[in-house]
Every structure is written in structure tokens, then in C-alpha cells.
Design a protein around this ligand. Sequence first.
Ligand SMILES: [Zn+2]
Length: 433
Amino acid sequence: MVKKILKYLFFSISGFILVALLVLFAPAIWYRWVTYPRFEKQVNEFQKLRKEPAALTKLNTYRGILHAHSYWSHDSEGTLYDIIPAAKYAGIDFIFLTDHPRGNIDTLPRGYKGYYEGVLIEPGSEKQGLLTWPLNSTIIDWNIDKDIVVKNIVSRGGIIFYAHSEEPHNWANQYYQGMEIYNIHTDTKDESLFPHIINFVVNGNKYRHWALREMFDEQTSILALWDSLNIKRKTVGFSAVDAHENQNIRARYLKDGRIEWLGTNANVIDTMEVKFWNKWLFQKPDENGWVFKWMIDSYRTSFNHITNYLLADTLSTTSLADHLKKGHLYTAFKSLGDARGFMYYSMNDRDSISGILGDSIKIDQVKTLNVVSPLPGQFKLIHDGKTVHVSSDENYQYSWSEPIQKGAYRIEMHIKLKGEFIPWLYSNPIYVY
Ligand SMILES: [Zn+2]
């Protein structure tokens, strides 16, 4: 009798666990075998539609990362061994790092600075919601009032952008030059992480980019805020990957031969002896000494997820910084399609180019607003926060039927995937005054 009850209990508990596991893993398994291969195919077909537009100005387009962390930050272990191959994979030309300072007296430059296998790295700092690249040798005193830090850096030729636009900032400050209009970290904040972790367990190897994409939400309130600021004054919009390569589980040897386990944010979670029963877990140490790695966010996936495209003269800090301040920048979800070649510009009544994205143009120098794009999609023209025109023509042109109105005009491009239009590209506005 007891045997029978035990047998019954055993089968019902195992059955229950099996069903629970199936329910938990079913969506991820479905994605793995049905949804993601389908997306992959659609994206590959979309790439085939690529047509390189002729260059319209003398400026070159450089792909860049404007918010990322390296080993200098307390919550990252990233070194050039991780960062440079990831940049190469994603076609990144420059990385403006934003490492958290190690104290309130912050001496720059520090960490990486210069060209590494052709990738330009400029060190910067992230603290109290500010991203800064002072560009010159500087000591930032983070003890003093934040608005004064902003004023000091900007008046000495440096850059201050606001990070994490979902958080409170002094938007009335007259010195800061730009804000994040997309940040991967911001986007993940509203997600319940458990289903995503299961998705990464199943799809993290082969389809990590789609697993990351699963968290995407259009940042409508942030975009609305950006539009409202641009009515008053130029505010450069850019995207941030905020990559730390730290949402991972990793292990490495300590000097005494034990293993140290690191969890999220590069925090040590445990140390253990290597024994016959756990030895199989650990591989030969890689360049950074890791013997075990299970990754959710990697530089490689982040850098390729969303990318800034900056129009500049040369790949030098001076030229990039100069054009960055001017807002000669658009940003696009690169894993869906590379946007290099895109251009948004205004033409005057003599049919010559009077300005490009980020520029302020006198009203009598504007007859049409135009876009060329290497990939097809839907163009949305947004004037001071209001969509005024939508078109899916091959190349975009807008002319006013009534007298031209002043204000900030920006372009969004949406592409068709999963049977619907999804945001792909955001351009800085042309300011008509
Ligand atoms: Zn950050």
C-alpha cells in the first residue's frame, strides 16, 4: 500500500515538474525553431534590397558607440580583448567610453585612449546622470554642484550629454548638448526578467541578437521629451548601448588555485576549490583568464544592436567631437540593417544642398526636405513632435503646400518586419528658423 502511494506521488510530482518546465520553456523553444529562423530569413532578404546612395557631401560616415564601459568601471571587467573584436564584428569606427569614476576627483584621460587596430577610443566619464568627454586633460570635481560641472566642461570645449533620459534631469540647464533617445538598459527596465533569462538559456548562443531584440519597446515618452526640448533649442539625440558585458556568470582562477565566480555587475558571488566533480565545468583560460562564461550582454551583441552614425571629416577625436556637437548624427538598429549611406538634407530653390541633419537653416534657404536611404522603408517626418507626413517612396522628398513653417523637422524610418512597420532609424532634426 505504502509502495503504491509513493509510486503514485513520484509519478505525479515528476509529471507536474515536466509540465511546468514545458510551459516555462515552450515560448523560447518556439522562438528557437520557428520565429527566429523566420526573422533571420526576413532580415537577410531585406539586406538584398540594399542600394548604395551616391555621396551628397564630402563628409564621411563613421559608426560609433557613445556610452559603454570598460574595466575602469567598478561594474565591468571589459578589456581590449573583448571590446576590439566586438567593434570589428559590428563595423564600429569609434567608441566614446563612459567609465564610472573611481572617486569624486576624476582625472582624465584614464583607461583606454587612442587607436586600437584602427578603432578610435576616447575616454569619458559617467556619473550623476551625466555623460562627459572633456576631450582635454581635465580634473573633474564631482563634489561640486552638477550644473557647475556641466558649465565648466562645456565652456572648456568638452561634451556633456544626459544619460538615462527616463530619469530626472535639469532639462532647463542651458549648457548640456544632448540626450539619449534610446538606451538598451532603459528599454529593459519595464521587462519582467525571468522569461528573458529562460529565452537567453535557450537562444543565447545562436540567436542572442533576437533574444535582446525581444525586450524592445518604442521609447515614445523619451522621443516626445526630445521633441519638446528641440522646440526650444538644439538637443542632440543619440543612442546608448550602455554596454558593460556584465550581466553574465563567469569564473576564473585565483592565485591560490581556487576558482572565483563572478555574477552580475562583476560582483564576486563565490569562491570554490577545484575538485574532481566540478573540474569538467572549466575550460582553458581565455585572454582575460575566464575559464567559464555564460553571457547575456556581450559587447558584440550590444555594439551591433543599435549604432550611431556620425558624419565627420576624419576619424579623429577633434573632428568627431565637432560634428557630434553639431548633431550630424543619426542612429539605427544595425542588427536589422546597416544604415550607412543614409542622408537627410534640405535643398534651396537653386536645387543645391543648404544643410544636413543637425543644421539650423534660414527659412529662405529651404525649399524641400530630402532623404536618401540604402534600404527601403517608411519615412515619417516629425515637425515639433507632430507627424506631418508619411511616405514609403524610394527616396523621400517633402515640400510645403502652404507657407513653410519654422521649427525642428526630424525623420524616422520604419521597416517592415514581422508583417508590420517597426522603428529602424532616428535622425537628428533640421532646424528651420
Ligand atoms: Zn552606463
